[in-house]
Ligand binder design. Sequence first.
Ligand code: A4P
Ligand code: MG
Length: 175
Amino acid sequence: MIATRNQGRKLTRSARAHWANVELTAYIGLGSNLGPREETLRQALQDLAGRSGVSVTQVSCFTETEPVGGPPQGPFINAAAELRTTLTPRELLGVLQQIEDQFGRERDVRWGPRTLDLDLLLHGDQVVSDPDLQVPHPLLHKRLFVLEPLCQIAPDVVHPVLHKTVKQLLADLAG
Ligand code: A4P
Ligand code: MG
């Protein structure tokens, strides 16, 4: 069955793991600058941890950051979390968007204020370049509010496209 389904296609390690129901490590970025920001991030992580096929294995500190881009808006609380998951990147994005919606996320202004933003940063060594899903997250290496918390929990993880560790990416950006 599996052989037929994937005939002629080379599977990445992440895709093979999914078919075999093996857990992989993924990283997400969390942000909020509307409402009870810290409480929202805590509850979102709790919700995520209760989902089938997902465990939350590490969480960075919650840090207040000045907004980058978008219209004038209030400061964010940002964090990063490590997950172990059997979900594919697309399945995981679906779960993250469901949780964003539960917290009243509105998507009218790009980079605008939000109750909750959950971005899929890395998913094993998987690379996805679809219009509605890019993994690694395309702005991951350009944003201190992402790299600083990520570096607390995954300094030695290697970006599968840039071939640099998170620690190196942070040094490049901060330096
Ligand atoms: N999408 C594609 N790839 C991904 C991925 N890896 N993870 C698509 C999550 N989503 C992904 O996202 C827009 C579309 O991106 C989705 O429909 C999904 O299919 P969105 O969350 O609806 O909109 P957005 O967040 O406004 O856009 P984007 O490009 O994700 O922006 P960012 O990078 O999230 O930036 N300043 C501070 N200090 N802290 C922040 O957290 N966040 C932003 C938003 C701006 N400034 C900030 C912060
Ligand atoms: Mg986003």
